[in-house]
Design a protein. Structure first.
Length: 161
């Protein structure tokens, strides 16, 4: 999953939870938290530690626990909630060596060059029935619906003039 998928799906779930459970969400923290594991891990795992693995520290339960403890202290759980959803969206249960680090071995080095990784990311935006492309489209639709509902955009404003 990529940017629109993570932001949109996380935003949609937070929006639903807020409306049904009457829990106030800080959407700034939802936005940051929806991407935080990747914001940390892509540069660390792909550049600083040449593992060619974009799922290192931010994709662990340890990281999520730290965010949860900070959130409990400041009574702001939106960041931890959104980061948790990021791990669910990435299906991290399929990578237990990363999810349960440091209780398991360090996340493995992947045998993909940075160039091959970049090509893979670009190819995910080519229209296809892939999981990633569909997630991106759904995420973008949710983002636009959220912005419209909050009256932050009006896509038909030019039609009314």
């Amino acid at each position: 999953m990529l940017i629109f998928g993570h932001i949109g799906l996380t935003l949609g779930i937070a929006w639903f939870v807020e409306s049904k459970l009457k829990i106030r969400m800080d959407y700034r923290l939802i936005l940051v938290g929806s991407l935080l594991p990747d914001i940390i891990d892509k540069p660390v795992g792909m550049i600083l530690l040449p593992l060619n693995n974009g799922r290192v520290f931010g994709h662990t339960l340890l990281f999520l626990t730290i965010l949860l403890l900070i959130g409990l202290k400041y009574r702001k759980l939106s960041l931890a909630f959104a980061s948790f959803l990021h791990l669910v969206e990435d299906e991290m249960w399929n990578e237990p060596e990363t999810l349960f680090w440091p209780f398991t071995s360090f996340p493995a080095k992947e045998h993909v060059s940075l160039y091959e990784y970049a090509l893979k990311i670009i190819s995910e935006y080519i229209p296809s029935p892939s999981h990633t492309f569909i997630s991106e489209v759904i995420g973008l639709i949710i983002i636009l619906a959220f912005l419209k509902r909050r009256k932050l955009i009006d896509p038909f404003s030019r039609l009314h003039r």
